[in-house]
Design a protein around this ligand. Structure first.
Ligand code: NAD
Length: 465
């Protein structure tokens, strides 16, 4: 933010919301044509500015190019194209059957835009986590303010510079900034707040929203467990866990595997396989690997090294552990049999450290998971169909994936969101459209079909109907 710009305070936030209310009040954003034009422009922006987007992501996170392309650019483009393709269908009122009590009548559910909405986004996937909800908000016909994360400044400034070139600035705005600016925004009355980030700030957002009875979507995090049975394809299992952990921003991903639970008997085999795969993926000196993201900043670096240096955990590192503070690099690190009451098992790791804990029987892992706050994702690797079914029916989590990690996020037919401490609400595909729409129930009647029993004077005979 330039020094000469006026401070973005409550007064400016109120002016901004008033301008957007005028735009929304004009009813322009409700038309199919406006929504489709904005989505087309967004898709064009992604195509024309791909190199700039990739450079911004590299500058913010040193993300490997392939990860930036697949996880941010390509998935966002697909979400935008899907919304364009399906928009007419999503907007169409849904006919529902009538009931005997309301006979004769017809009934439908009409999706209407909520109004002026606020999207607050996080740093770890700064491109897709901003545009994916924006696509939903536009598709649903709202006026929108996007507040990207200040911790990914290059991507944030890309949005501030570029979105106005492509989108209707009278109804879609970007506000850059950190706590002060977000606080000024949160003081305003919104028709929905969509927040992605940690649960501590999620509570601040929800408290601010409650003052105005504003509904929220909170896309939060948590400790996503991976249960590993012994009845598996070991090499495929380990590769899929590794790519979901270190191949996703070096563990700085909301659904990255946070810890593994396996049996005492199987653990040595699993650990050996991990050592082999990690060396194959990232070489003998992983700090030099170009295929691993950096830790985003020195605060997060200190937080992660603090988890490793805790007395209870010291000596439990069985692979990795190397770090380079100057370059903000931490190697893929495996920890074995860490105590459940250690810091690393208490908070979301959000980095390249992966503890493995052991149980006598694999089913015991379900109780361990359910005794903790509900995770955003839960994974199991097994060929045992009964165990798989028990996992799905016993474990509570935002989403689940059997025999792989993170990929469920890429299926737009599945709602993506948390439960309990991992969040409120969901999005992706049609669920994004619904997250920013009000489903209005509408009953149509004519003047015929009178039922005298409805009207006073009430008599015992009428009550019999
Ligand atoms: P962050 O630091 O970028 O913060 C998120 C947003 O909150 C930013 O826009 C920031 O400006 C704003 N913010 C920060 N402090 C604030 C305050 N005091 N008042 C008002 N606004 C404030 O991101 P983060 O929280 O470090 O993100 C990591 C967390 O987010 C992890 O827990 C991760 O699991 C979760 N996450 C969830 C998803 C999901 O889709 N569910 C995706 C990514 C990250």
């Amino acid at each position: 933010m330039g020094e000469n710009l006026p401070v973005f305070d409550g007064e400016r936030a109120a002016e901004l919301v008033a301008e957007l209310r005028t735009a929304f009040g004009s009813r322009r954003t409700r038309s199919y044509e406006w929504r489709a034009a904005q989505l087309k422009a967004l898709a064009r922006m992604i195509n024309e500015k791909e190199a700039e987007i990739m450079a911004a992501l590299y500058s913010d996170l040193a993300k490997p190019q392939l990860e930036s392309f697949l996880h941010e650019v390509s998935l966002t483009r697909s979400a935008c194209l899907l919304a364009l393709k399906e928009l007419k269908r999503w907007m169409k009122p849904e006919k529902v059957s009538s009931s005997l009590t309301t006979f004769p009548s017809s009934a439908e559910i009409v999706s209407e835009p909520l109004g002026v909405v606020l999207i607050i986004s996080a740093w770890n996937y700064p491109f897709i986590l901003s545009l994916d909800p924006l696509i939903g908000a536009i598709a649903a016909g709202n006026a929108v303010v996007l507040k990207p994360s200040e911790i990914a400044p290059a991507t944030s400034s890309f949005f501030a510079r570029t979105l106005p070139e492509y989108l209707d600035s009278s109804a879609i705005r970007v506000v850059e900034g950190a706590v002060a600016e977000t606080t000024a925004l949160l003081e305003q009355k919104w028709d929905k707040i969509f927040y992605t980030g940690n649960g501590k700030v999620g509570r601040i957002v929800m408290a601010a929203a409650a003052k105005h009875l504003t509904p929220v979507v909170l896309e939060l995090g948590g400790k996503s467990p991976v249960v590993v049975d012994s009845n598996i394809n070991l090499e495929v299992t380990v590769k899929r866990i590794a790519v979901g952990k270190w191949g996703c921003n070096n563990g700085q991903a909301c659904i990255a595997p946070d810890y593994i639970i396996t049996t005492k008997a199987f653990a040595p085999k699993l650990v050996d396989a991990f050592k082999g795969i990690l060396e194959k993926f990232y070489g003998e000196d992983p700090l030099e690997s170009k295929d691993l993201s950096c830790i985003v900043n020195s605060n997060h670096f200190a937080r992660l090294t603090n988890l490793l240096d805790e007395d209870k955990v010291y000596g439990k590192i069985i692979y990795g552990g190397q770090r380079d503070e100057k370059r903000l690099k931490i190697a893929p690190t495996l920890l074995f049999d860490v105590p459940q009451d250690s810091l690393i098992m208490k908070e979301e790791i959000f980095g390249p450290l992966l503890p493995i804990i052991t149980v006598d029987k694999v089913e015991e892992s379900f109780d361990i998971i359910n005794s903790r706050t509900k995770p955003l994702a839960a994974y199991i690797f097994t060929k045992d169909k009964n165990l798989e079914e028990k996992f799905v029916n016993t474990v509570s989590a935002g989403g689940m994936l059997i025999n792989d990690t993170v990929l469920h996020l890429a299926n737009p037919n599945l709602p993506f969101g948390g439960v309990g401490d991992s969040g409120i609400g969901a999005y992706h595909g049609k669920f994004s459209f619904e997250a920013f729409s009000h489903k209005k129930g509408v009953l149509h009647r004519s003047f015929g079909g009178e039922a005298p029993a409805r009207y006073p004077p009430y008599t015992p005979q009428k009550q019999r109907f």
